[in-house]
Design a protein around this ligand. Structure first.
Ligand code: PHE
Length: 487
């Protein structure tokens, strides 16, 4: 990963000719960058808390099924479209649609991704700010010897103070935009090469700690024994939404990364590597958090604060906890950093091209926009925490909860993860599976006939059907049909 190894960087506002376009120097660099995008708050912060909110095992199983049957094939499709288009997501989709003789309206897919990126980054940056805020708290030994109540208080003090949250949000967003403005190369890429493995080692150490809590088995049972009575229609939707979120799919992030991928590298192998590591990290996080939850009689359904209420308990009671705890939150910030960059990269590449302005200016303008949007999330935890939305659809066949007591943050998360990303993924699957000429997709994927047929089957039938059924199910339509048909 030398300086010259090209990556996402200062391509000028005028798209460079194809041949000169920057590329990752190898498949490994791409895998690192894509893993950097995939592994983030989604794995360590979000996966445990939504698993806890949805009752454990059954949710995890559905999530894993979604990764395998929807996530992996769509990821291959998205990387493939990106590499064939070699532009920002909007232009890529228009260009590919033209190539295969379809409407330029496919550019809308790219558009939705750009918007989703803005919305997700706006709250992502605030939560990453929480992780940053925990670094000095850990380093000064604030949690040493504290019990659950004390740790809870630290968390609620943090989130009830809007000025503090704004300050951390500003700092994190600044870090993100600084990298994006210069192009993702050199420093950060190098950093990721050793920080990611370090995060992994730290997770292993924490698993050993969790084993010593006396509740490890209970944690594993919670995670891996499906109890389908606990799963709701919204639970299924959020398991699917999370599969998209955690793999960074459906909004153009992986498409843009794919656009820098050299033509001769295997998309399938890279996809498997990224999906495997991403899933591993999430499951490890779960195996750490839940034993701590049960050992301290905490609630698995504590919500977005779950890891901030559980992990400090562990660090506060373990040998060298101050050191490990500080390191852990630093690494979490890094993991979030490499993801946040990819969230805004589609918007940056698109903005530069559309408005013909420099990367720096585009980054600045985007940063300001995201900063303001982020205030909505900041206030969701304090000033406007009582402002909630509940939305249900009542039918003769039951009541369908779309949102329950959702704050603005919850709403943004729901809108992006549960609707926009799966919808984007659905469109990618339909485009890649049905509309793109087979000749092109075979050429890009470059896998043997057997695997190509499997991929095509998944992308044509399984992935779209599942996304559509889960959408309809969440809207009560499936229950309606079942009632009519008496099954
Ligand atoms: N995959 C990232 C995570 O799990 C979040 C993300 C979503 C990044 C969509 C880019 C695009 O934290």
């Amino acid at each position: 990963m030398s300086e010259s190894s090209a990556s996402i960087n200062e391509s000028s506002a005028n798209e460079p000719p194809l041949a000169n376009r920057e590329q990752w120097s190898s498949r490994l660099v791409f895998i690192l960058a894509a893993t950097g995008s995939a592994v983030g708050l989604g794995n360590i912060w979000k996966f445990p808390y939504i698993t806890g909110e949805n009752g454990g095992g059954a949710f995890v199983l559905i999530y894993l099924l979604c990764i395998a049957s929807i996530g992996i094939p769509i990821m291959m499709a998205e990387i493939m479209l990106g590499r064939r288009g070699r532009q920002d997501p909007v232009t890529t989709m228009k260009k590919l649609a033209k190539e295969s003789g379809h409407s330029r309206a496919w550019g809308l897919l790219g558009w939705m991704g750009v918007i989703a990126g803005f919305l997700i980054l706006s709250y992502y940056s605030v939560i990453a700010g929480w992780a940053m805020a925990y670094v000095p708290r850990m380093a000064t030994g604030l949690f040493n010897g504290l019990e659950a109540d004390g740790v809870n208080t630290v968390f609620s003090d943090l989130v009830s103070n809007p000025e503090g949250l704004i300050a951390w949000h500003t700092l994190f967003l600044f870090m993100t935009m600084a990298v994006v403005a210069r192009g993702v190369r050199g420093g950060l890429e190098k950093a990721v090469t050793f920080l990611m493995p370090l995060l992994f080692i730290l997770l292993v150490i924490l698993i050993f700690y969790a084993m010593g809590t006396g509740h490890f088995k209970q944690g594993l049972t919670y995670l891996f024994t499906p109890d389908f009575s606990k799963i709701t229609t919204e639970g299924i939707l959020s398991a699917m939404g999370h599969a998209f979120f955690t793999l960074s799919l459906g909004m153009g992030a992986i498409m843009v990364y794919g656009s820098y991928l050299p033509s001769n590298t295997s998309i399938a192998k890279a996809t498997f590597a990224v999906a495997f590591m991403d899933t591993l990290v999430a499951l490890m996080a779960g195996m750490i958090i839940f034993p701590i939850v049960f050992a301290n009689t905490l609630e698995p359904s504590a919500g977005p604060g779950l890891i901030f209420k559980t992990l400090p308990l562990a660090f506060g009671h373990m040998d060298y906890g101050t050191f490990f705890g500080t390191l852990f939150f630093i690494l979490l910030v890094f993991a979030a950093w490499t993801s946040s960059i990819s969230l805004i990269e589609p918007a940056i590449t698109w903005g530069m091209k559309t408005f013909q302005i420099s990367r720096l200016k585009t980054s600045f303008i985007s940063g300001v926009l995201v900063w303001f949007l982020g205030l909505l999330t900041v206030f969701s935890f304090n000033l406007t925490s009582d402002f909630t939305i509940t939305s249900t659809i009542s039918t003769n066949y039951g009541e369908f909860v779309i949102l329950k007591d959702a704050t603005v943050f919850d709403f943004l998360d729901y809108l992006t993860s549960n609707i926009m990303l799966p919808l984007g993924g659905l469109m990618i699957a339909i485009y890649a599976g049905w509309l793109m000429k087979k000749k092109y997709s075979r050429e890009e994927l470059n896998i043997n006939r057997f695997w190509y047929t499997i991929w095509l089957f998944l992308v044509r039938f399984i992935a779209p059907t599942m996304v559509i059924i889960v959408f309809l199910n969440a809207m009560g339509v499936v229950a309606f049909i079942r009632t009519i048909m008496g099954v």
